[in-house]
Design a protein around this ligand. Structure first.
Ligand code: HEC
Length: 752
């Protein structure tokens, strides 16, 4: 079986925007003077609050992660002297809950690492300040925490480094820069944690990492990718396989590095690129920005496959100047049960109240997040302490309120102006990202992420008929679900708006081919090739179609053409081998298969055919080698297992042959040929009774097989079951009167 190639598009990159110099206005309420301090009747019985006993532990726990030398806070709070200097301010900002920074309201989602002081803790600081900030007994103070400026989880397994650091000017607007870091290893690895380490963290507002599975971004910028590409929103080509983005790879100064949940590492394959998208803020002096990405591996492949979903209402954003309560919303019904692991709300400077909730199928409202007073500079990904279960039929809601009045201290425009959605820093956004893991998936049902993708893209395309990426991705999801006719209809809609899009023509061709209409498919592939002579996927698909029609010379020509455009395409190389085999030139075919394996040692077609050729040329050990690898690539391919069993049998490894055949029968229980083969191997191993059973099975599925009856007769005769053997040979002769062997076998049976 061959897989048709078509691509899914991923519009990734949560777009993070920032205004040049947001006014940082203190929102700290004035702290009323401590009544205890001013009262004439100060209760002396209250034990003194000291730095050493109560405040140092509190500060080390809740403040020092940012407030240490080199940290993200503006000053250190590690020593008594430092805390003393900032004491009154500490009382103010904790009282107003301006510090520690934490946007979500309590009670609207239980998040990991929630930074929130209790009322008692706030009161302690207030009392300490009011009583003159005594140090107390220094010998009982805990030792200050130690912060490693480099790798939080120890030395990473792999460190990627930006080759060409970026020169950030002293002033000017914010800069969004994308650095491509090719994944340099030749094997797949699973990543349990990642840390981004900028060389000048003070000017990096935040960063996020995208995985470009097909190196499409680098290919689109062949000349300048090494120097970094400006821009905030990237469109990446996701390649042939449905492999949606699944993890928030997000970094802000002083966020602790989190390990991915158990069973949910993310994956890097050879040929992938990491794209580091950095938001840089000029600091007043020129800076050179480099960065390293540290990756921590785990040997365990992912056993759970989450996915990111987005609610958004950018089109709804058209905020009149002065409007202090402009609202947008979106909602999405979930087609499958999921666990919600994380959530990432996003708006710019006018965002005020950001809410996400779910209406469960029983009508109950489940809060997911509520941010009553949004601040873009404190945006973050929030992970739930325990995943939130959302059953199928749940409707997830996003509801955002924007304040475009002068009272909004973050408003970048004075006086306010009309603001709409967009990529520029003067524009707004309304996004809510969710990381969900499908659960309770019934055995044998399709990949639930495809159903989520279908629901999501259908919703997007319905809301905005001009959203061609949504329509394209909807079509690809439908094709992935085997609903080819629907997929073709949607691809056609994309083409109606954009008739010269070679990628969509190719994908439409693949859907038509899968739907069984290969002449219509041929038309689309041909048109795609005509539009873009280097459309290797369309060339591949057309060549495969010609192979299927046994047009070997044409197919060979098409593959050769393709290889001129994409010389490293192992699939085309092995396809050329198949075409040459069809033309009868097995020597050249063998060379092509070997070349394909040089390009990709796991190329199934090459492994399979080299194995088959080795069987035919009487080199069963060589055949075993190839076919074992082929079967590892596609463990469910019955044909490969059958060949492998033959190779084992030829090399005298009967037990291995039996194992393979039994596995093949499990996969395809109604395959008469497999039962017959199994019978032969059992018979060669001397297990005649079992061999008879298997041959009976074969005849059960193919009762008119004269050879089969003859073979059964031979087995019965060897066990001395003369009468049964006679009946079998006679049956063979009934079906094929000139079956010479059956006649001879019948004649050789002893008389009764
Ligand atoms: C996640 C990082 C982080 C944590 C945790 C944190 N701070 Fe801050 N703090 C900052 C940053 C960044 C600023 C400066 C700009 C701002 O206001 O965001 C700041 C500013 C301050 C200021 C000065 C406010 C002003 O008037 O400009 C005080 C005081 C302060 N923090 C105290 C605390 C205390 C006390 C704690 C613990 C209870 C704490 N911070 C926890 C990051 C942090």
């Amino acid at each position: 079986m061959r897989f048709l190639r078509c691509t899914a598009l991923a519009l990734v990159g949560c777009v993070f925007l920032s205004w040049l110099h947001p006014r940082r206005t203190m929102r700290a309420a004035q702290v009323p003077a401590d009544p205890g301090a001013t009262s004439h009747s100060a209760p002396p019985a209250v034990p003194a609050v000291t730095w050493s006993r109560q405040i140092a532990p509190l500060v080390y726990q809740n403040c020092a992660t940012c407030h240490h030398p080199g940290g993200g806070g503006p000053f250190s709070l590690l020593t008594y002297q430092e805390a003393f200097r900032h004491g009154p301010q500490m009382a103010q900002v904790t009282q107003s809950r301006y510090m520690p920074p934490w946007l979500p309201a309590p009670g609207y989602g239980d998040f990991l690492g929630a930074r929130r002081l209790s009322d008692e803790q706030i009161a302690l600081i207030r009392r300490w300040v009011a009583s003159g900030m005594p140090e107390g007994d220094a010998s009982i103070a805990p030792p200050p925490p130690h912060y490693d400026a480099t790798w939080q989880l120890g030395k990473p397994d792999l460190i990627l480094t930006i080759e060409h650091p970026y020169a950030l000017a002293a002033g000017g607007t914010d800069v969004f820069r994308n650095f491509v870091l090719p994944y340099p290893l030749t094997a797949t690895h699973y990543i349990r944690a990642m840390q981004i380490l900028p060389s000048a963290p003070q000017v990096v507002h935040h960063a996020n990492v995208l995985i470009d599975r097909t190196a499409s971004f680098r290919r689109r910028h062949p000349a300048d990718w090494e120097d970094g590409i400006p821009g905030m929103e990237l469109e990446l080509d996701a390649g042939n396989t449905f492999d949606p983005d699944s993890h928030f790879l997000f970094w802000k100064p002083d966020t602790p590095v989190l390990e991915e949940p158990a069973g949910m590492p993310w994956r890097l394959d050879p040929g992938n690129d990491l794209i580091l998208n950095m938001h840089l803020k000029p600091s007043g002096k020129p800076e050179t920005i480099g960065a390293q990405i540290g990756l921590y591996f785990t040997p365990e492949p992912a056993s759970k496959h989450p996915m990111l979903l987005e609610l958004e209402d950018d089109r709804g954003l058209d905020i009149p100047a002065g409007d202090r309560s402009f609202q947008v919303q979106d909602e999405l019904e979930l087609p499958v049960d999921v666990d919600l692991f994380g959530i990432y709300p996003h708006a710019h400077y006018l965002g005020k109240e950001l809410e996400g909730w779910a209406i469960l199928p029983d009508g109950r409202k489940q809060w997911l997040i509520r941010i009553p007073d949004w601040d873009i500079d404190r945006q973050s990904v929030y992970r739930y302490r325990t995943p939130v279960f959302l059953p199928r039929g749940t409707v997830v809601h996003m509801h955002y309120v924007y304040d475009n009045s002068e009272d909004n201290v973050h408003n970048p425009n004075t006086p306010p102006i009309r603001v709409r959605a967009g990529n520029r820093s003067v524009d707004e956004m309304a996004h809510l990202w969710l990381q969900v893991l499908p659960v309770n998936t019934a055995k044998g049902s399709p990949d639930p992420r495809l159903l989520l993708e279908e629901a999501w893209m259908e919703h997007r395309a319905k809301r905005n008929p001009g959203d061609l990426i949504a329509l394209y991705n909807l079509a690809s999801a439908l094709a992935g679900l085997g609903r080819y006719a629907e997929a073709a209809a949607d691809y056609r809609q994309v083409l109606a708006a954009n008739p010269r899009d070679a990628r969509t023509l190719n994908s439409l061709g693949a859907a038509l081919e899968n739907a069984g209409d290969s002449s219509a498919a041929e038309k689309e592939f041909t048109q795609a090739i005509a539009l873009g002579p280097d459309n290797c996927d369309a060339q591949f698909n057309l060549a495969e179609l010609e192979l299927k029609r046994s047009q070997f010379a044409q197919a060979a020509e098409q593959f050769r053409d393709l290889l001129r455009n994409c010389p490293a395409d192992a699939g085309a190389q092995s396809g050329l081998g198949v075409a040459l085999l069809g033309e009868g030139d097995s020597a050249s075919a063998e060379a092509e298969f070997e070349h394909a394996l040089d390009l990709d040692p796991a190329n199934f077609t090459a492994l399979y055919h080299l194995g088959e050729m080795a069987i035919e040329s009487g080199s069963p050990e060589r055949a075993v080698e190839f076919l074992q690898k082929a079967s590892a690539q596609r463990p469910d391919d019955v044909d490969t297992r059958e060949r492998l069993a033959m190779a084992y049998a030829q090399s005298g490894r009967q037990a291995d042959a039996l194992t393979q055949l039994r596995a093949a029968v499990q996969l395809s229980p109604g395959d008469a040929n497999l039962h017959a083969l199994l019978s032969q191997v059992l018979s060669a191993a001397g297990q005649l009774q079992q061999a008879i059973e298997e041959q009976n099975q074969a005849l059960h599925f193919e009762p008119n097989d004269a050879d089969g009856w003859n073979n059964l007769g031979v087995l019965e005769a060897r066990l001395g079951h003369t009468a049964a053997a006679r009946a079998d040979f006679e049956r063979a002769l009934q079906l094929a009167p000139d079956h010479a062997q059956a006649r001879a076998n019948l004649a050789r049976l002893p008389r009764q």
